[in-house]
Structure formats: structure tokens, C-alpha cells
Design a protein around this ligand. Sequence first.
Ligand SMILES: Nc1nc(=O)c2c([nH]1)NC[C@@H]1CN(c3ccc(C(=O)N[C@@H](CCC(=O)O)C(=O)O)cc3)C=[N+]21
Ligand SMILES: [Mg+2]
Length: 290
Amino acid sequence: MSDSTAKILDGKALSKHLIGELKERVLACVERGVTPCLAVVLVGEDPASKVYVRSKERKAAKAGIATKDHRMSADTSTETLLGVIAELNADPAVHGILVQLPLPEGIDEQRVLAAVDPAKDVDGFHPDNLGLLMLGRPRFVACTPQGCMRLLAESGVSPEGKRALVIGRSTIVGKPVAQLLVQANATVTVAHSRTRDLEAEVRQADIVVAAVGRPEMVPGAWIKPGAVVIDVGINRLEPEQPGAKGRLVGDVHYASAAEQAAAITPVPGGVGPMTIACLLANVVEAAERV
Ligand SMILES: Nc1nc(=O)c2c([nH]1)NC[C@@H]1CN(c3ccc(C(=O)N[C@@H](CCC(=O)O)C(=O)O)cc3)C=[N+]21
Ligand SMILES: [Mg+2]
């Protein structure tokens, strides 16, 4: 029962719409003398991180959100980084703080994330914010999980009573998105590298959220007809010609999955842009609370 009529969940279009909607809220803040401002801390030279940071700054500008860059060398110590975060915590002009992950080897990531003022933690990675999510009283919810839920809502399929499979158990995507799905009354399974029979899990799932970071690891043939597929993976394949740019693919084989699914997110243009839109929404929310 495959008819290749999957609805494409267009994260690029939806994110543009959401960012457009933020403009009014930003203006209302500005009228009160508060310009929403996101501080971005980028340590080291990870090329993917640089691309992401640039894209986020462009979109922030579109919404009227100010950004403040802190680039630091890869050999920065945990103590130095903690000092910068203390300054940003104390700066009343800064409403949101994003510490770009991954941090270079040798920096104590947990200590750094816990040092961010929870009221400025627009990534939702602080233990307080993760705890509030677990309690069902979320304050800042991590941006990629939020983006996944918005795209799922776009599918028109209610999670209530459905079998949802989350592939991946990271703190920044897998665990929080599983929690959001539970709170939306789905029956949730979390699969990971030690899962014995992933295919059997995928075949049962009405909703698949793939967040492992392995190119096209889920073949379309595994997808249950009529399922909703949310693909978080953004994997760059090796370029076919030297010097060329490799193609971006998700964790799911898109073309074959689109033949089974009722709705699917593309890569690029799916979850990625939504992550940025949700980040900016969190910054505006933080500024509105001032
Ligand atoms: N503290 C922190 N918070 C993050 O949210 C965070 C992070 N660290 N570290 C890195 C990951 C990755 N991430 C992306 C967001 C958008 C796109 C995105 O918009 N991607 C485009 C394609 C971009 C391209 O062409 O390379 C798309 O999917 O259409 C990608 C990746 C946020 N992350
Ligand atoms: Mg179909």
C-alpha cells in the first residue's frame, strides 16, 4: 500500500512563517525599550557549527533580534569559558545564551551548560529546564525537539494513542522529544545503538523520529504505510567529485520512505530550519519575561 503521495512537511516554509510572526512580538519588546538579544558562544573551528551560527544570525536579523558573537579558540579552558558565561549571565542586554555544541575535547560540557542562567537558557539544556520538562512544566524546551513537534502538528496526525518511535537517546534531541511525545499521549519507544531489532520497531511505528546521525540508516521499506516520519539527521555525504560539496541526507532514506509515509520531513528543509525558528522564539520569550 504505497502510493508516494506523502505530504512534505516543509520546515523551511513553516520556519519563515514562524519567524515572520515573531517580528510583532519583537517590536512590542522594542517599544518597551528591550531589544531581544541572543549571545552565541562558539569555541573552536568546527565548520558545521560555523555554518549553523551564520544561518541563525541571518534569521535573527530578519526577526529584529540582535545577536552577540563570542568566538573563542579551541584551546580555551573550562574556567575561561565559565568566566564568559558569568559575564553574559550578568549582562541585562542579553536575554538568551547559546553555547554551540559540541565543545572541543577537554572542556567540561556539563559544567558549562549548568553555568548558564536557566532564565537565559534558550537551548533548554540546563538541568533545571530539562527537569521542568520531565515534570510536565516546561520553561525552555530544546529547539530541535520543539521543531519536531511543530512539524508533526503540520502533518495533521494527532500523536494521541499512537505508537511513536524515537531513534536516538541524546540529551539534546532523543530524550526530550520522547518526553514531549509522552506528554502528547503517544506510546513511546526509544531505540538506540543497542536495540536488538530496529526494523521490527520501525515497522510498528505510527510516528518515527530519527535522530542518530547516520546517513539513510532507515530504509523506506521499514516505514509503516501511513506513518509520519520526522527526520532529524543532517548528514553530509562525501562529494562525488573532489572539491565539490557533498549532498545532505537524513537518517531515513527519503525517496523510498516518501512512498510509504503519510507525511515526511525533507533534508535539507525540514527539521533544521525549524530548530532555528524555535531558538528565536525562545529568545523572544526570554525577552518578554524581562
Ligand atoms: N547549543 C546548540 N544548539 C543547537 O541547536 C545546535 C548546536 N548547539 N550545535 C549544532 C546543532 C545543529 N543545529 C542545526 C540547526 C539548523 C540546521 C539547518 O538549518 N540546516 C539546514 C541545512 C544547512 C546546510 O545546508 O548545511 C536544513 O536542514 O535545511 C542545521 C543544524 C543546531 N545545533
Ligand atoms: Mg502515501
